[in-house]
Write a protein that binds this ligand. Sequence first.
Ligand SMILES: [Zn+2]
Ligand SMILES: [Zn+2]
Length: 341
Amino acid sequence: MEATGTGDQGITIGKRGDQGCHECEVFGEGPEALESTRSWSLCTKNPGHEGFIPYPDFRPDHLPAGWRTPEKIESVRIMAEITVRLRVNYTSFDRPDGFAFCNSKGSTSVHTGSGWIHDVRYRKDVPCPCSDCATSLSPQPEWTEIVVVTAAHVVYNTEEAQATAVDLFYDDERSRRNGRMKTAMGSEVKFVDVEGDTCLLSCATHDTDLNEKLQELRPSAAKTFAERNCFANWRPTVGNVCVIISHPHGKPKQITIGQVKATQTTDGVVSRLSYSACTCPGSSGAVVLPMDAVGAARPARSAVHSLGRGELGLNHSSAAIHHYRPRYDKLFNQDYAEYSL
Ligand SMILES: [Zn+2]
Ligand SMILES: [Zn+2]
């Protein structure tokens, strides 16, 4: 799509259209909160945003009858707690031609997406990569690494990761002002799969408040986040309830609930989902939680929201064929216990 506006507005419109059916939000030059509010109110995909439930308002009876077991309700709550917003301040020249934002290389227009915390590691084995430590004569010996899952078209490489602010606990508008929202800067892309539209990036932090909050979220029975966020025995079928938690238009986190409407399989395993749960620009990279997959015990499969406005008006997860690639499996399944408290 060609830019139809002028100046900054034209650049923003041009970048927005430079992602096909992917669902990043693109901010203009105004204050981010205003940009976010404006695009929310001007939204043409879901005008009024009926069906979007602000996370603080989520109640068990939002789930259809028969899907309100304590285990499922708790799973939605945990996934909501660890859902993050990403603000990406740079678009790399290394993005492949034909990929999202490939005509916006070098752009410093902010695009936003969603993601979730895959794991938290307490590290002292390698130097802290944060900008303070990298330029300090006495870098801090210990740091916390937060590993986040998002879509590859949201964050493509380390260059973009280092220009990405990851906002945790952005639960409502007050969170930004009262200190509940915490921001960590990205430091490195650990893994990217363009075809499967998945990215693992890490962030570094020394924030003690944030560390305490992450400790509270750690599962008591399992050792790592990865083990709790598993999607084992992942056999979502048509008709299953499906929950998405994301930051549409860069706003505080919202929960949408729909149904799995179609599945694709690769080598006999479900590799892609189509669903009726609402998504908007800014939802790219969000977790797609088919409720029949909750509570299983073996890592690790996940579906990442990738595309909107597809066939029959449905939204779609990533191709997810990365699950069969050894390097990805190693990253997702390795034992992080040595880094864990
Ligand atoms: Zn919208
Ligand atoms: Zn540091």
